[in-house]
Design a protein around this ligand. Structure first.
Ligand SMILES: [Zn+2]
Length: 573
Protein backbone atom coordinates (compact mmCIF):
# COMPACT_ATOMS: atom_id res chain seq x y z
CA UNK A 1 0.00 0.00 0.00
CA UNK A 2 1.25 3.48 -0.84
CA UNK A 3 2.63 5.27 2.20
CA UNK A 4 1.33 8.78 1.71
CA UNK A 5 -2.30 8.00 1.04
CA UNK A 6 -5.10 10.23 2.30
CA UNK A 7 -8.76 9.38 2.78
CA UNK A 8 -10.16 11.72 0.10
CA UNK A 9 -7.80 10.14 -2.45
CA UNK A 10 -8.84 6.54 -1.82
CA UNK A 11 -10.45 5.24 -4.95
CA UNK A 12 -13.84 3.63 -4.41
CA UNK A 13 -14.42 0.34 -6.18
CA UNK A 14 -17.83 -1.29 -5.88
CA UNK A 15 -17.40 -4.65 -4.09
CA UNK A 16 -18.39 -7.57 -6.29
CA UNK A 17 -20.71 -9.89 -4.31
CA UNK A 18 -19.96 -12.88 -6.57
CA UNK A 19 -16.25 -12.50 -5.99
CA UNK A 20 -16.76 -12.24 -2.23
CA UNK A 21 -18.91 -15.37 -2.28
CA UNK A 22 -16.24 -17.21 -4.30
CA UNK A 23 -13.51 -16.16 -1.91
CA UNK A 24 -15.58 -17.39 1.02
CA UNK A 25 -16.36 -20.68 -0.72
CA UNK A 26 -12.71 -21.32 -1.65
CA UNK A 27 -11.53 -20.66 1.86
CA UNK A 28 -14.27 -22.88 3.29
CA UNK A 29 -13.01 -25.71 1.09
CA UNK A 30 -9.43 -25.09 2.25
CA UNK A 31 -10.50 -25.38 5.88
CA UNK A 32 -12.38 -28.60 5.16
CA UNK A 33 -9.35 -30.12 3.45
CA UNK A 34 -6.74 -28.82 5.88
CA UNK A 35 -4.26 -31.35 7.22
CA UNK A 36 -3.06 -29.37 10.22
CA UNK A 37 -4.01 -26.63 12.67
CA UNK A 38 -1.47 -24.34 11.04
CA UNK A 39 -3.19 -24.75 7.71
CA UNK A 40 -6.55 -23.74 9.19
CA UNK A 41 -4.96 -20.75 10.90
CA UNK A 42 -3.24 -19.69 7.66
CA UNK A 43 -6.57 -19.94 5.82
CA UNK A 44 -8.32 -17.77 8.41
CA UNK A 45 -5.56 -15.15 8.14
CA UNK A 46 -5.57 -15.23 4.36
CA UNK A 47 -9.36 -14.78 4.21
CA UNK A 48 -9.09 -11.82 6.57
CA UNK A 49 -6.39 -10.29 4.36
CA UNK A 50 -8.41 -10.74 1.20
CA UNK A 51 -11.69 -9.46 2.60
CA UNK A 52 -10.40 -6.44 4.51
CA UNK A 53 -9.96 -4.14 1.49
CA UNK A 54 -13.39 -5.17 0.17
CA UNK A 55 -15.10 -4.53 3.50
CA UNK A 56 -13.31 -1.19 3.60
CA UNK A 57 -15.15 -0.27 0.39
CA UNK A 58 -18.45 -0.76 2.26
CA UNK A 59 -17.19 1.68 4.89
CA UNK A 60 -15.93 4.16 2.30
CA UNK A 61 -19.30 4.23 0.54
CA UNK A 62 -21.04 4.73 3.87
CA UNK A 63 -18.69 7.53 4.97
CA UNK A 64 -18.95 9.37 1.65
CA UNK A 65 -22.73 9.00 1.75
CA UNK A 66 -22.85 10.74 5.16
CA UNK A 67 -20.31 13.38 4.09
CA UNK A 68 -22.70 14.53 1.39
CA UNK A 69 -26.18 13.07 1.59
CA UNK A 70 -27.10 14.87 -1.63
CA UNK A 71 -24.45 12.98 -3.64
CA UNK A 72 -26.56 10.53 -5.61
CA UNK A 73 -23.67 8.26 -6.54
CA UNK A 74 -22.87 7.21 -2.97
CA UNK A 75 -26.53 7.19 -2.03
CA UNK A 76 -27.11 4.59 -4.74
CA UNK A 77 -24.01 2.65 -3.73
CA UNK A 78 -25.19 2.63 -0.15
CA UNK A 79 -28.60 1.30 -1.21
CA UNK A 80 -26.97 -1.35 -3.38
CA UNK A 81 -24.62 -2.48 -0.60
CA UNK A 82 -27.42 -2.51 2.00
CA UNK A 83 -29.35 -4.88 -0.23
CA UNK A 84 -26.39 -7.10 -1.02
CA UNK A 85 -24.75 -7.41 2.42
CA UNK A 86 -27.32 -9.81 3.97
CA UNK A 87 -26.89 -12.19 1.01
CA UNK A 88 -23.26 -12.72 1.96
CA UNK A 89 -24.04 -13.91 5.50
CA UNK A 90 -24.78 -17.59 4.67
CA UNK A 91 -21.33 -17.99 3.04
CA UNK A 92 -19.58 -16.37 5.94
CA UNK A 93 -21.49 -18.64 8.32
CA UNK A 94 -20.53 -21.69 6.21
CA UNK A 95 -16.88 -20.68 6.62
CA UNK A 96 -17.27 -20.33 10.39
CA UNK A 97 -19.05 -23.70 10.50
CA UNK A 98 -16.17 -25.34 8.71
CA UNK A 99 -13.69 -23.88 11.19
CA UNK A 100 -15.93 -24.80 14.11
CA UNK A 101 -16.25 -28.42 13.09
CA UNK A 102 -12.60 -28.77 12.09
CA UNK A 103 -10.56 -31.30 14.08
CA UNK A 104 -8.08 -28.44 14.59
CA UNK A 105 -10.58 -26.21 16.38
CA UNK A 106 -8.51 -26.16 19.58
CA UNK A 107 -5.47 -24.77 17.68
CA UNK A 108 -7.61 -21.95 16.34
CA UNK A 109 -8.92 -21.08 19.77
CA UNK A 110 -5.40 -21.11 21.21
CA UNK A 111 -4.22 -18.72 18.51
CA UNK A 112 -7.12 -16.23 18.28
CA UNK A 113 -8.63 -16.37 21.76
CA UNK A 114 -11.89 -17.57 23.29
CA UNK A 115 -14.17 -15.07 21.55
CA UNK A 116 -13.33 -16.37 18.08
CA UNK A 117 -15.87 -19.18 18.30
CA UNK A 118 -18.23 -17.34 20.61
CA UNK A 119 -18.58 -14.63 17.95
CA UNK A 120 -19.23 -17.06 15.14
CA UNK A 121 -21.80 -18.86 17.32
CA UNK A 122 -23.46 -15.50 17.93
CA UNK A 123 -23.54 -14.73 14.24
CA UNK A 124 -25.11 -18.12 13.59
CA UNK A 125 -27.65 -17.84 16.38
CA UNK A 126 -28.76 -14.43 15.20
CA UNK A 127 -29.20 -15.31 11.55
CA UNK A 128 -31.61 -17.33 9.42
CA UNK A 129 -32.31 -17.18 5.67
CA UNK A 130 -35.92 -16.18 6.29
CA UNK A 131 -34.69 -12.95 7.86
CA UNK A 132 -32.82 -11.73 4.76
CA UNK A 133 -35.77 -9.88 3.19
CA UNK A 134 -36.65 -8.46 6.63
CA UNK A 135 -33.10 -7.20 7.08
CA UNK A 136 -33.25 -5.57 3.66
CA UNK A 137 -36.53 -3.86 4.53
CA UNK A 138 -35.05 -2.80 7.88
CA UNK A 139 -32.09 -1.18 6.11
CA UNK A 140 -34.43 0.71 3.77
CA UNK A 141 -36.48 2.04 6.69
CA UNK A 142 -33.49 3.10 8.78
CA UNK A 143 -31.97 4.81 5.75
CA UNK A 144 -35.23 6.73 5.31
CA UNK A 145 -35.16 7.81 8.98
CA UNK A 146 -31.59 9.03 8.52
CA UNK A 147 -32.54 10.91 5.41
CA UNK A 148 -35.42 12.69 7.14
CA UNK A 149 -32.98 13.79 9.86
CA UNK A 150 -30.18 14.72 7.46
CA UNK A 151 -32.32 16.84 5.16
CA UNK A 152 -33.95 18.69 8.07
CA UNK A 153 -34.16 22.42 7.41
CA UNK A 154 -35.34 24.63 10.23
CA UNK A 155 -35.86 28.32 9.54
CA UNK A 156 -34.71 30.14 12.66
CA UNK A 157 -33.08 33.41 13.57
CA UNK A 158 -32.95 34.37 9.89
CA UNK A 159 -31.01 31.23 9.03
CA UNK A 160 -31.70 27.80 7.59
CA UNK A 161 -30.45 25.31 10.16
CA UNK A 162 -30.02 21.55 10.33
CA UNK A 163 -30.53 19.52 13.51
CA UNK A 164 -27.05 20.29 14.77
CA UNK A 165 -27.33 23.97 13.94
CA UNK A 166 -30.57 24.52 15.89
CA UNK A 167 -29.22 22.83 19.01
CA UNK A 168 -26.64 25.55 19.39
CA UNK A 169 -29.49 27.88 20.39
CA UNK A 170 -30.41 25.63 23.34
CA UNK A 171 -27.46 27.26 25.09
CA UNK A 172 -28.40 30.82 24.07
CA UNK A 173 -28.21 33.64 26.57
CA UNK A 174 -31.73 34.83 25.76
CA UNK A 175 -34.26 32.57 27.46
CA UNK A 176 -36.97 33.37 24.92
CA UNK A 177 -34.67 32.44 22.10
CA UNK A 178 -33.86 29.13 23.81
CA UNK A 179 -37.55 28.46 24.25
CA UNK A 180 -38.33 29.31 20.62
CA UNK A 181 -35.45 27.18 19.35
CA UNK A 182 -36.68 24.27 21.43
CA UNK A 183 -40.11 24.80 20.00
CA UNK A 184 -38.75 24.87 16.43
CA UNK A 185 -36.97 21.60 17.19
CA UNK A 186 -40.18 20.09 18.55
CA UNK A 187 -42.13 21.35 15.53
CA UNK A 188 -39.74 19.60 13.16
CA UNK A 189 -40.48 16.22 14.79
CA UNK A 190 -44.16 17.00 15.09
CA UNK A 191 -44.28 17.82 11.35
CA UNK A 192 -42.75 14.42 10.60
CA UNK A 193 -44.64 12.53 13.30
CA UNK A 194 -46.89 10.50 10.98
CA UNK A 195 -44.04 9.09 8.93
CA UNK A 196 -41.82 8.58 11.97
CA UNK A 197 -44.65 6.66 13.65
CA UNK A 198 -45.09 4.47 10.59
CA UNK A 199 -41.38 3.73 10.29
CA UNK A 200 -41.08 2.84 13.97
CA UNK A 201 -44.22 0.71 13.88
CA UNK A 202 -42.94 -1.25 10.92
CA UNK A 203 -39.48 -1.62 12.45
CA UNK A 204 -40.99 -3.13 15.61
CA UNK A 205 -43.01 -5.59 13.53
CA UNK A 206 -40.08 -6.53 11.30
CA UNK A 207 -37.66 -6.95 14.18
CA UNK A 208 -40.13 -8.97 16.27
CA UNK A 209 -40.70 -11.21 13.25
CA UNK A 210 -36.93 -11.71 12.96
CA UNK A 211 -36.89 -12.81 16.60
CA UNK A 212 -39.83 -15.15 16.04
CA UNK A 213 -38.17 -16.69 12.98
CA UNK A 214 -35.31 -17.62 15.29
CA UNK A 215 -37.60 -19.14 17.90
CA UNK A 216 -37.92 -16.21 20.33
CA UNK A 217 -41.08 -14.50 21.58
CA UNK A 218 -39.99 -11.16 20.18
CA UNK A 219 -36.92 -9.18 19.11
CA UNK A 220 -35.41 -8.60 22.56
CA UNK A 221 -33.21 -11.74 22.88
CA UNK A 222 -32.09 -11.29 19.27
CA UNK A 223 -31.28 -7.63 19.94
CA UNK A 224 -29.02 -8.71 22.79
CA UNK A 225 -27.32 -11.30 20.56
CA UNK A 226 -26.77 -8.65 17.89
CA UNK A 227 -25.12 -6.47 20.53
CA UNK A 228 -22.70 -9.35 21.14
CA UNK A 229 -23.79 -9.84 24.76
CA UNK A 230 -22.55 -13.18 25.97
CA UNK A 231 -22.30 -12.79 29.73
CA UNK A 232 -25.37 -10.76 30.77
CA UNK A 233 -29.02 -10.42 29.80
CA UNK A 234 -32.18 -8.35 30.19
CA UNK A 235 -32.43 -9.13 33.91
CA UNK A 236 -29.00 -7.69 34.74
CA UNK A 237 -29.75 -4.64 32.62
CA UNK A 238 -33.05 -4.07 34.47
CA UNK A 239 -31.24 -4.24 37.81
CA UNK A 240 -28.72 -1.70 36.57
CA UNK A 241 -31.54 0.67 35.56
CA UNK A 242 -32.95 0.34 39.06
CA UNK A 243 -29.57 1.26 40.61
CA UNK A 244 -29.56 4.34 38.38
CA UNK A 245 -33.06 5.33 39.49
CA UNK A 246 -32.10 5.08 43.15
CA UNK A 247 -28.59 6.57 43.05
CA UNK A 248 -28.43 9.01 40.16
CA UNK A 249 -31.94 10.45 39.71
CA UNK A 250 -31.93 12.24 43.11
CA UNK A 251 -28.45 13.66 42.42
CA UNK A 252 -29.67 15.03 39.07
CA UNK A 253 -32.64 16.69 40.74
CA UNK A 254 -30.23 18.40 43.11
CA UNK A 255 -28.07 19.57 40.21
CA UNK A 256 -30.98 21.11 38.31
CA UNK A 257 -32.20 22.80 41.46
CA UNK A 258 -28.78 24.36 41.87
CA UNK A 259 -28.86 25.34 38.21
CA UNK A 260 -32.18 27.14 38.65
CA UNK A 261 -30.60 29.08 41.50
CA UNK A 262 -27.56 29.91 39.41
CA UNK A 263 -29.70 31.07 36.49
CA UNK A 264 -32.03 33.00 38.82
CA UNK A 265 -35.19 31.21 37.65
CA UNK A 266 -37.89 29.27 39.52
CA UNK A 267 -37.23 26.01 37.84
CA UNK A 268 -35.23 24.63 34.96
CA UNK A 269 -37.34 23.96 31.88
CA UNK A 270 -36.14 21.56 29.18
CA UNK A 271 -34.93 24.58 27.21
CA UNK A 272 -32.84 25.78 30.17
CA UNK A 273 -31.08 22.50 30.82
CA UNK A 274 -28.20 23.21 28.46
CA UNK A 275 -27.67 26.74 29.79
CA UNK A 276 -25.59 25.84 32.79
CA UNK A 277 -24.30 29.35 33.60
CA UNK A 278 -26.11 32.71 33.53
CA UNK A 279 -23.21 34.36 31.75
CA UNK A 280 -22.95 31.59 29.20
CA UNK A 281 -21.45 28.18 28.89
CA UNK A 282 -17.84 27.56 28.00
CA UNK A 283 -17.27 28.35 24.36
CA UNK A 284 -14.30 27.36 22.23
CA UNK A 285 -11.53 29.91 22.49
CA UNK A 286 -11.02 29.85 18.70
CA UNK A 287 -12.40 28.63 15.39
CA UNK A 288 -12.65 25.06 14.13
CA UNK A 289 -8.99 24.92 13.10
CA UNK A 290 -7.94 26.29 16.47
CA UNK A 291 -9.81 23.43 18.18
CA UNK A 292 -8.30 20.79 15.92
CA UNK A 293 -4.85 22.16 16.59
CA UNK A 294 -5.51 22.21 20.34
CA UNK A 295 -6.48 18.55 20.09
CA UNK A 296 -3.22 17.80 18.30
CA UNK A 297 -1.29 19.48 21.10
CA UNK A 298 -3.28 17.68 23.78
CA UNK A 299 -2.68 14.24 22.28
CA UNK A 300 1.01 15.04 21.92
CA UNK A 301 1.23 15.93 25.57
CA UNK A 302 -0.99 13.16 26.94
CA UNK A 303 1.22 10.19 26.00
CA UNK A 304 3.65 8.99 23.32
CA UNK A 305 0.94 6.57 22.16
CA UNK A 306 -1.63 9.30 21.52
CA UNK A 307 1.00 11.54 19.89
CA UNK A 308 1.77 8.92 17.26
CA UNK A 309 -1.95 8.33 16.76
CA UNK A 310 -3.00 11.94 16.19
CA UNK A 311 -0.19 12.52 13.66
CA UNK A 312 -1.41 9.48 11.75
CA UNK A 313 -5.00 10.83 11.72
CA UNK A 314 -3.85 14.24 10.46
CA UNK A 315 -1.34 12.95 7.90
CA UNK A 316 -3.92 10.66 6.29
CA UNK A 317 -6.84 13.16 6.53
CA UNK A 318 -8.91 10.79 8.62
CA UNK A 319 -11.06 13.43 10.30
CA UNK A 320 -13.94 15.37 8.73
CA UNK A 321 -15.22 17.55 11.52
CA UNK A 322 -16.59 20.84 10.19
CA UNK A 323 -20.27 21.32 9.48
CA UNK A 324 -21.28 21.57 5.82
CA UNK A 325 -24.64 21.64 4.04
CA UNK A 326 -25.88 18.15 3.22
CA UNK A 327 -23.66 16.48 5.81
CA UNK A 328 -25.49 13.90 7.93
CA UNK A 329 -26.22 15.37 11.37
CA UNK A 330 -24.24 12.82 13.33
CA UNK A 331 -20.86 12.00 14.75
CA UNK A 332 -19.17 8.65 14.56
CA UNK A 333 -15.94 6.73 14.23
CA UNK A 334 -15.41 3.90 11.77
CA UNK A 335 -12.39 2.02 10.43
CA UNK A 336 -10.64 1.00 7.24
CA UNK A 337 -9.03 -2.14 8.59
CA UNK A 338 -6.80 -2.87 5.58
CA UNK A 339 -5.10 0.46 6.25
CA UNK A 340 -5.21 0.02 10.04
CA UNK A 341 -6.95 3.38 9.99
CA UNK A 342 -9.84 4.83 12.00
CA UNK A 343 -11.99 7.62 10.56
CA UNK A 344 -13.83 10.29 12.55
CA UNK A 345 -16.88 12.20 11.35
CA UNK A 346 -18.63 15.14 12.99
CA UNK A 347 -20.43 18.43 12.40
CA UNK A 348 -18.77 21.07 14.58
CA UNK A 349 -21.14 23.71 15.93
CA UNK A 350 -18.76 26.02 17.85
CA UNK A 351 -19.96 24.92 21.29
CA UNK A 352 -18.46 22.72 24.00
CA UNK A 353 -19.84 19.83 21.98
CA UNK A 354 -16.90 20.20 19.58
CA UNK A 355 -14.46 19.40 22.37
CA UNK A 356 -16.54 16.35 23.21
CA UNK A 357 -16.13 15.14 19.63
CA UNK A 358 -12.39 15.73 19.78
CA UNK A 359 -12.14 13.63 22.92
CA UNK A 360 -15.01 11.13 22.53
CA UNK A 361 -14.79 10.16 18.86
CA UNK A 362 -11.02 10.39 18.90
CA UNK A 363 -11.08 8.13 21.96
CA UNK A 364 -12.84 5.51 19.84
CA UNK A 365 -10.39 6.13 17.05
CA UNK A 366 -7.41 5.74 19.37
CA UNK A 367 -8.73 2.41 20.67
CA UNK A 368 -9.22 1.14 17.12
CA UNK A 369 -5.79 2.38 16.15
CA UNK A 370 -4.31 0.32 19.01
CA UNK A 371 -6.43 -2.81 18.55
CA UNK A 372 -5.79 -2.89 14.78
CA UNK A 373 -2.09 -3.04 15.63
CA UNK A 374 -2.35 -5.56 18.49
CA UNK A 375 -4.89 -8.03 17.18
CA UNK A 376 -4.07 -10.45 14.41
CA UNK A 377 -7.57 -10.61 12.96
CA UNK A 378 -9.46 -7.48 11.96
CA UNK A 379 -12.57 -8.93 13.59
CA UNK A 380 -10.86 -8.90 16.97
CA UNK A 381 -10.43 -5.14 16.77
CA UNK A 382 -14.20 -4.83 16.69
CA UNK A 383 -15.26 -4.35 20.24
CA UNK A 384 -18.79 -4.54 21.59
CA UNK A 385 -19.98 -1.06 22.46
CA UNK A 386 -20.36 -1.83 26.16
CA UNK A 387 -16.54 -1.75 26.11
CA UNK A 388 -15.96 0.66 23.22
CA UNK A 389 -17.82 3.51 24.93
CA UNK A 390 -15.44 3.19 27.88
CA UNK A 391 -12.61 3.99 25.44
CA UNK A 392 -14.35 7.17 24.30
CA UNK A 393 -15.86 8.38 27.57
CA UNK A 394 -12.65 7.82 29.50
CA UNK A 395 -10.77 9.88 26.91
CA UNK A 396 -13.24 12.69 27.65
CA UNK A 397 -12.18 12.42 31.29
CA UNK A 398 -8.45 12.24 30.46
CA UNK A 399 -8.93 15.49 28.53
CA UNK A 400 -10.11 17.50 31.60
CA UNK A 401 -6.65 18.82 32.54
CA UNK A 402 -6.34 20.22 28.99
CA UNK A 403 -9.58 22.19 29.05
CA UNK A 404 -7.58 25.46 29.23
CA UNK A 405 -6.16 24.75 25.77
CA UNK A 406 -9.64 24.64 24.26
CA UNK A 407 -11.61 27.06 26.44
CA UNK A 408 -9.08 29.42 27.99
CA UNK A 409 -10.67 31.13 31.00
CA UNK A 410 -13.83 29.05 30.57
CA UNK A 411 -12.03 25.79 31.40
CA UNK A 412 -13.62 25.32 34.83
CA UNK A 413 -17.03 25.92 33.39
CA UNK A 414 -16.37 23.29 30.77
CA UNK A 415 -15.30 20.73 33.35
CA UNK A 416 -18.28 21.27 35.61
CA UNK A 417 -20.80 21.26 32.76
CA UNK A 418 -19.26 18.19 31.20
CA UNK A 419 -19.32 16.25 34.45
CA UNK A 420 -22.90 17.32 35.15
CA UNK A 421 -23.86 16.23 31.61
CA UNK A 422 -22.12 12.89 32.05
CA UNK A 423 -24.20 12.20 35.17
CA UNK A 424 -27.56 13.67 34.10
CA UNK A 425 -27.29 11.74 30.84
CA UNK A 426 -27.47 8.37 32.61
CA UNK A 427 -31.16 8.45 33.67
CA UNK A 428 -32.12 9.56 30.15
CA UNK A 429 -29.99 6.74 28.74
CA UNK A 430 -31.66 4.04 30.81
CA UNK A 431 -35.07 5.47 29.86
CA UNK A 432 -34.17 5.05 26.18
CA UNK A 433 -33.29 1.44 26.96
CA UNK A 434 -36.48 0.72 28.90
CA UNK A 435 -38.55 2.36 26.15
CA UNK A 436 -37.22 -0.12 23.59
CA UNK A 437 -37.96 -3.06 25.89
CA UNK A 438 -41.53 -1.78 26.28
CA UNK A 439 -42.03 -1.30 22.52
CA UNK A 440 -40.75 -4.74 21.47
CA UNK A 441 -42.47 -6.56 24.35
CA UNK A 442 -45.83 -4.83 23.68
CA UNK A 443 -46.15 -4.59 19.90
CA UNK A 444 -49.91 -4.06 20.21
CA UNK A 445 -49.41 -0.52 21.55
CA UNK A 446 -50.53 2.18 19.16
CA UNK A 447 -47.99 4.82 18.12
CA UNK A 448 -49.61 7.39 20.42
CA UNK A 449 -49.59 4.93 23.32
CA UNK A 450 -45.87 4.30 22.75
CA UNK A 451 -45.19 8.01 22.92
CA UNK A 452 -47.17 8.13 26.16
CA UNK A 453 -44.95 5.34 27.51
CA UNK A 454 -42.01 7.65 26.89
CA UNK A 455 -43.80 10.37 28.83
CA UNK A 456 -44.19 7.98 31.77
CA UNK A 457 -40.49 7.06 31.59
CA UNK A 458 -39.63 10.76 31.81
CA UNK A 459 -41.66 10.93 35.01
CA UNK A 460 -39.80 7.90 36.38
CA UNK A 461 -36.23 8.73 35.38
CA UNK A 462 -36.30 12.46 34.63
CA UNK A 463 -38.77 13.87 37.14
CA UNK A 464 -37.20 17.32 36.71
CA UNK A 465 -38.13 17.46 33.01
CA UNK A 466 -40.55 20.29 32.17
CA UNK A 467 -41.57 21.34 28.69
CA UNK A 468 -43.10 24.62 27.65
CA UNK A 469 -46.85 24.54 28.46
CA UNK A 470 -47.67 25.34 24.82
CA UNK A 471 -45.62 22.45 23.50
CA UNK A 472 -48.10 19.60 23.65
CA UNK A 473 -45.94 17.43 21.36
CA UNK A 474 -42.97 17.12 23.71
CA UNK A 475 -45.47 17.38 26.58
CA UNK A 476 -47.15 14.13 25.59
CA UNK A 477 -43.82 12.30 25.15
CA UNK A 478 -42.56 13.26 21.67
CA UNK A 479 -39.01 13.82 22.87
CA UNK A 480 -38.00 10.20 22.18
CA UNK A 481 -38.21 10.75 18.42
CA UNK A 482 -34.92 12.63 18.37
CA UNK A 483 -32.96 9.58 19.51
CA UNK A 484 -31.68 7.97 16.34
CA UNK A 485 -30.33 4.94 18.21
CA UNK A 486 -33.90 3.81 18.85
CA UNK A 487 -34.43 3.51 15.11
CA UNK A 488 -30.97 2.53 13.97
CA UNK A 489 -29.20 0.63 16.72
CA UNK A 490 -31.58 -1.44 18.86
CA UNK A 491 -30.50 -1.94 22.49
CA UNK A 492 -27.25 -0.07 21.91
CA UNK A 493 -28.08 2.87 24.14
CA UNK A 494 -27.74 1.21 27.55
CA UNK A 495 -24.07 0.75 26.72
CA UNK A 496 -23.44 4.48 27.12
CA UNK A 497 -24.76 4.31 30.65
CA UNK A 498 -22.84 1.15 31.59
CA UNK A 499 -19.68 2.69 30.19
CA UNK A 500 -20.21 5.93 32.10
CA UNK A 501 -19.45 3.81 35.15
CA UNK A 502 -16.16 2.65 33.59
CA UNK A 503 -15.24 6.21 32.65
CA UNK A 504 -15.94 7.41 36.20
CA UNK A 505 -13.66 4.66 37.51
CA UNK A 506 -10.92 5.81 35.15
CA UNK A 507 -11.46 9.38 36.33
CA UNK A 508 -10.86 8.31 39.92
CA UNK A 509 -7.81 6.25 38.98
CA UNK A 510 -6.27 9.05 36.93
CA UNK A 511 -6.68 11.45 39.84
CA UNK A 512 -4.80 8.98 42.04
CA UNK A 513 -2.13 7.98 39.51
CA UNK A 514 -2.24 8.88 35.85
CA UNK A 515 0.38 6.27 35.07
CA UNK A 516 -1.66 3.40 36.51
CA UNK A 517 -4.84 4.62 34.89
CA UNK A 518 -3.12 4.99 31.52
CA UNK A 519 -1.62 1.48 31.68
CA UNK A 520 -5.03 -0.03 32.40
CA UNK A 521 -6.52 2.06 29.61
CA UNK A 522 -3.94 0.82 27.10
CA UNK A 523 -4.75 -2.77 28.11
CA UNK A 524 -8.44 -2.05 27.54
CA UNK A 525 -7.71 -0.66 24.04
CA UNK A 526 -5.15 -3.25 22.98
CA UNK A 527 -7.17 -6.37 23.82
CA UNK A 528 -9.88 -5.21 21.44
CA UNK A 529 -12.65 -7.79 21.28
CA UNK A 530 -10.53 -10.79 22.17
CA UNK A 531 -12.30 -11.47 25.48
CA UNK A 532 -15.85 -11.35 26.81
CA UNK A 533 -17.32 -8.21 28.41
CA UNK A 534 -16.79 -9.18 32.04
CA UNK A 535 -13.32 -10.63 31.35
CA UNK A 536 -12.25 -7.47 29.53
CA UNK A 537 -13.38 -5.33 32.46
CA UNK A 538 -11.39 -7.51 34.79
CA UNK A 539 -8.22 -7.26 32.69
CA UNK A 540 -8.43 -3.47 32.85
CA UNK A 541 -9.18 -3.58 36.61
CA UNK A 542 -12.71 -2.21 36.20
CA UNK A 543 -15.74 -3.35 38.21
CA UNK A 544 -18.81 -5.21 37.05
CA UNK A 545 -21.60 -2.57 36.85
CA UNK A 546 -24.36 -5.13 37.51
CA UNK A 547 -23.16 -5.91 41.03
CA UNK A 548 -25.37 -4.34 43.61
CA UNK A 549 -23.82 -1.13 44.91
CA UNK A 550 -21.52 -0.70 41.93
CA UNK A 551 -23.29 2.39 40.56
CA UNK A 552 -23.09 4.10 43.92
CA UNK A 553 -19.38 3.30 44.15
CA UNK A 554 -18.55 4.29 40.57
CA UNK A 555 -20.14 7.73 40.77
CA UNK A 556 -18.79 8.65 44.21
CA UNK A 557 -15.99 10.80 42.83
CA UNK A 558 -18.30 12.66 40.44
CA UNK A 559 -20.92 13.10 43.17
CA UNK A 560 -18.35 14.57 45.54
CA UNK A 561 -16.97 16.98 42.97
CA UNK A 562 -20.40 18.12 41.80
CA UNK A 563 -21.91 18.46 45.27
CA UNK A 564 -18.90 20.37 46.58
CA UNK A 565 -19.03 22.54 43.56
CA UNK A 566 -22.70 23.48 43.88
CA UNK A 567 -22.26 23.96 47.61
CA UNK A 568 -19.49 26.47 47.08
CA UNK A 569 -20.16 27.26 43.42
CA UNK A 570 -16.41 27.20 42.99
CA UNK A 571 -14.03 25.75 40.43
CA UNK A 572 -13.41 22.06 39.95
CA UNK A 573 -10.61 19.92 38.64
ZN1 LIG B 1 -19.18 6.64 21.25
Amino acid sequence: MEKNWTFPEIEYKRPNPDEIINTLKNHTECVKNAKSGDEVIETILSLDKELMPVIDMFSIASVRNTLDTTDEFYEKEQEYLNQKAPELAPYSIAFSDAVGSSPFRADVERRFGPMYFVNSELQKKSFCEENIPLMQREATLTTEYQKIMATCKIEFDGKTLNLYGIQKYFEDEDRNKRRDAYRAYSDFYRANETRLEEIWDELIKIRNQMGKNLGYDNFIPLGYLKQGRTDYGAEEVASFREQVRKEIVPLCEKLYKAQAGRLGIDCVYAYDEDRIYPDGNATPAGDDDFMINAAREMYHDLSPETAEFIDFMIDHKLMDLKNKPGKASTGYCTTFASRKAPFVFSCFNQTKFDMEVLSHELGHAFAFYRALRHQELSDMSNVTTDIAEIHSMSMEQFAYPYAEKFFGKDADKYRFAHLQDAITFVPFGVAVDEFQHICYANPELTPKERTYEWHKLEEKYMPWRKYDEDDDFFGRGGWWYHKLHIYLYPFYYINYTLTTMGAMEFKKKAMESFENAWNDYLVLCDVGGKYSYLNTLQMAHLSNPFMDGSVKKAITIARNILEDSIKNEKTIS
